[in-house]
Design a protein. Structure first.
Lengths: 111, 389
């Protein structure tokens, strides 16, 4: 399925590259910056972005792993009650401590 | 012909069928969306190419193939070309895991391309690979608007993925399996999951809208702020591939919601009295349910305005995430201590939770409209645009 799906993508790009017109000009090939000449642009030339996004990505990894831990517990849950409930409660409790910390730290604020 | 070769050929055939069906649906989805939106805004929409504009998708496809395929000088050649391919590849792949009927119902074959025991988990994994397409595309353009757009977009998608994953935990606890077929069969016995997990469904629905970047969460394409987000430097077929990926993701999200919460490929049982066997017709029911959700996507687009970015992040992290956890723990507590009472009290409980949330929505809205924590006191800087409630 993945092969077919990627194949369709590659095929479409190739066909278009063969069939489309090619009349490039300097203005056409400039990065779009509302009509100004682009400054400091380009891959690998230190494109800068707010570090906040990085924080969100790290938080995502933490929480996503916790979610991933939850999946096996959820699947086996009905066989493990009521012990599993206390276990889950402890887990969520610990999760909430960390959550409260990042909340108070202001990581989730965007200005 | 050896068995493995036959199996391989059949799987290939099914894969091609699914891919073609998805692409056709995408093509006509664009037309239907434009027509419906036009109707909602009291105008006509595309109606010139063919009767009722039915050939419009074809014209669009031909146009996007014959357009000039530009690549700006500052772009990273390889990654810039790969990004749309990755996006569409992951989008198309995801749909193959969804069952369109019970095992063996497609001329003796199984009506799905691949089936994993991890079912929904694997599907979530594949769909979240779609972030790579968007992020790499924006980064490789070597331009500022696309970079910002792709950053926003990936931050949004990963944030709502958490809510999405957590909101189905209650469902998994009830079913005790992640395979789609088991989930559907459980619903065939006990009733649609949306009854017992109405709160979970509401959360999942909202996260799905955010995951596929649709209004009111279409921040990556917030044209007033970001030109066209990660798509700014893309043209011709590569742009079309990104667009295609978005719509295919929408179809997949609809199919997931239909399968998880609305009985999947099983039809409603009360129709059995009219036409015997109607509820086990394969494919028909799944297609109907997908069509309903696709209509919902368009309807919402015609109705709701876009979120502001800080609202979006607060909404995801401060409302969706805790609520999804609460829903999980509610279900867990019920299953642990009141399982003997049957499932209907849980349905009532879940519905009450959802209603309470809607009734309190004016109070809850504060959560994503007003900053808390460090930035709260800092009102001197006019960071918030006017009229942004």
């Amino acid at each position: 399925m993945l092969g077919i799906a990627l194949g369709i993508g590659v095929l479409a790009v190739l066909v278009s590259a063969l069939l489309g017109p090619k009349k490039a000009s300097r203005a056409k090939l400039m990065a779009y910056e509302s009509g100004n000449d682009p400054e400091h642009g380009g891959v690998g030339t230190g494109q800068r972005f707010p570090v906040h996004f990085y924080l969100v990505a790290m938080l995502f990894i933490v929480f996503d792993i916790e979610t991933a831990f939850f999946f096996p517990l959820a699947v086996a849950y009905q066989k493990l009650v009521p012990f599993a409930f206390w276990e889950a409660l402890t887990f969520v409790g610990l999760l909430l401590v960390g959550y409260y910390y990042i909340l108070k730290k202001g990581v989730l604020e965007w200005t | 012909m050896p068995d493995w070769l036959a199996a391989l050929l059949i799987t290939l055939l099914k894969g091609v069928l699914v891919a073609l069906a998805l692409l056709t649906t995408f093509a006509y989805m664009t037309l239907i969306e434009r027509r419906l939106l036009a109707r909602m805004q009291i105008r006509l929409g595309p109606n010139r190419v063919g009767p009722l504009g039915l050939l419009q998708p074809l014209a669009d496809a031909i146009k996007s193939i014959f357009k000039e395929d530009l690549r700006v000088t500052m772009a990273d050649k390889l990654v810039y070309t790969m990004a749309p391919i990755v996006a569409i590849g992951m989008a198309l792949t995801a749909f193959g895991g969804i069952p369109a009927g019970p095992p063996g119902s497609l001329f003796g074959e199984n009506p799905w391309v691949y089936q994993l025991d991890a079912g929904i988990l694997a599907l979530l994994a594949i769909t979240s690979m779609g972030v790579y397409g968007i992020f790499l595309g924006g980064w490789a353009s070597g331009s500022k608007y696309p970079l910002l757009g792709s950053l926003r977009s990936s931050a949004q998608m990963i944030s709502y993925e958490l809510g999405m994953g957590l909101s189905i935990l209650g469902l998994l606890m009830l079913v005790g399996s992640t395979a789609f077929v088991n989930i559907v069969e459980w619903q065939a016995q006990n009733g649609w999951m949306v009854l017992f997990q109405s709160l979970g469904f509401a959360l999942f629905l909202v996260s799905s809208f955010a995951e596929v970047n649709r209004t009111p969460f279409d921040l990556p394409e917030a044209e007033q702020e970001l030109v066209a987000g990660y798509l700014t430097e893309y043209s011709a077929i590569k742009w079309a591939l990104f667009q295609m990926a978005e719509y295919v993701n929408m179809i997949t999200a609809s199919a997931i919601m239909a399968t998880l919460f609305f009985g999947g490929y099983r039809g409603p049982v009360f129709l059995e009295g009219l036409v015997p066997g109607i509820s086990s017709w394969p494919i028909v029911w799944l297609v109907l349910k997908i069509a309903f959700f696709l209509f919902l996507f368009i309807w919402v687009r015609g109705t709701l305005p876009r979120f502001r970015y800080d609202q979006l992040m607060r909404f995801g992290w401060k409302l969706l995430l805790p609520l999804a956890l609460a829903n999980t723990m509610l279900t867990a507590a019920y299953l642990a201590f009141a399982r003997g009472a049957g499932l209907w009290p849980l349905a009532l409980l879940s519905l009450l939770g959802l209603l309470a949330l809607l009734a309190l929505s004016d109070r809850v809205r504060v959560l994503w409209n007003q900053p808390t924590g460090r930035g709260a006191a800092d009102d001197s800087f006019p960071a918030r645009p006017l009229g942004g409630d």
